[in-house]
Design a protein around this ligand. Structure first.
Ligand SMILES: [Fe+2]
Length: 165
């Protein structure tokens, strides 16, 4: 039997992080489905690609915890309660959720890196990933805001997302 190298409090934080990452997988699945239904096929492709990345993030935590001798409890995901009704709302939901997770990893890093340097090192990847995601969705929202009187703005954004998918 492997020896657990992190304390119970730290394991709980990882379990919450797993819930966030799997929750994002779920969120992007929902947004992709919704965008397909609304006819934004670039956003559909983009959110599907994001969805795949979230599973990668989840697995990165699992692999790290395995090295630390820990088999975490898997989270129960809550059923979908709201759904985006426009491209703008979808981007806003993505932004809000990624920002929440950036704040969560900042806090976790501050609380754990002194006792467990390797946890801090592991979290740097996640802090960087969250910074890039928040920055990206923030840029898209800024463009949509500046161009709110442009009747083609949604299709411009959709085309941009398709290229990045
Ligand atoms: Fe993620």
């Amino acid at each position: 039997m492997k020896q657990a190298l992190l304390n119970a409090g730290c394991i709980k934080k990882f379990e919450a992080a797993l819930k966030f990452e799997l929750g994002h997988f779920y969120l992007y699945s929902m947004l992709a489905n919704k965008m397909q239904m609304l006819g934004y096929f670039g956003a559909y492709d983009y959110f599907l690609a994001e969805r795949a990345e979230e599973i990668g993030h989840y697995q990165k935590h699992i692999d790290f915890l395995n090295d630390e001798g820990i088999l975490p409890k898997l989270p129960t995901l809550v059923p979908e309660t709201d759904s985006a009704t426009s491209l703008k709302e979808a981007i806003q939901m993505a932004y809000d959720n990624e920002l929440d997770l950036l704040k969560y990893y900042r806090e976790m890093y501050n609380e754990e890196e002194e006792e467990y340097a390797e946890v801090g090192q592991h979290l740097l990847f996640f802090l960087e990933t969250q910074r890039v995601a928040v920055g990206f969705y923030g840029d898209v929202l800024a463009t949509m805001d500046s161009e709110k009187n442009n009747p083609n703005i949604n299709m411009i954004i959709d085309t941009k997302l398709k290229k990045l998918a």
